[in-house]
Design a protein around this ligand. Structure first.
Ligand code: NI
Length: 173
């Protein structure tokens, strides 16, 4: 399996600058989350998908939603395909709160399967032990949402789908 290490570094640098000193819910620098998601993608690489495209979408997947990077800026830096993929992975504030994930899943499904795969990799990464401040209802809700992601997108990659299924089964129990 070969992937473009220089492109990885260049994209990571852009993402790290965009997220600045943001932290994840568990209090680590945001870039750690991005590298974990990219690692899921790289470890799943089996020649069946464009690993560099998927890796770029992984590193950049939260930079519109959480760091305010525009589609135009992303397209300028990495091309329209990456910018479109990241936009599909971003929640749309104009959509009602309860419908945002379904809207994201619907838009991801119009994208190449590399984009689907990043959503699986993101949720696999996020199914770490829940933040201590979450109550049982919130944990159950997050697990249920993960099930919907699995249902909508599991067809993109058998290995990642199986990994997500395992993480869901083990989550919060
Ligand atoms: Ni994420």
């Amino acid at each position: 399996m070969s992937w473009n290490q220089e492109l990885f570094k260049q994209t990571l640098d852009f993402a790290a600058r965009a997220h600045g000193d943001q932290k994840t819910k568990t209090g680590v620098p945001y870039v750690v989350h991005l590298v974990k998601v990219a690692t899921e993608v790289l470890c799943a690489a089996d020649g069946s998908f464009d690993v560099d495209f998927a890796m770029q979408c992984a590193l950049l997947h939260d930079c519109m939603e959480d760091a305010g990077v525009s589609h135009q800026a992303l397209a300028q830096a990495f091309g329209a395909r990456v910018a479109d993929g990241v936009r599909a992975l971003s929640k749309d504030d104009a959509v009602g709160r309860g419908n945002r994930m379904d809207d994201v899943l619907r838009r991801i499904r119009t994208q190449p399967r590399e984009v689907w795969l990043v959503k699986l990799a993101d949720r696999i990464t996020n199914l770490e032990p829940p933040p201590p401040q979450w109550d049982d209802a919130k944990v159950a809700e997050y697990r249920e949402e993960a099930g919907r992601i699995y249902e909508a997108l599991h067809g993109c990659h058998a290995g990642l789908a199986a990994r997500l299924q395992q993480k869901i089964a083990a989550y919060g129990v």
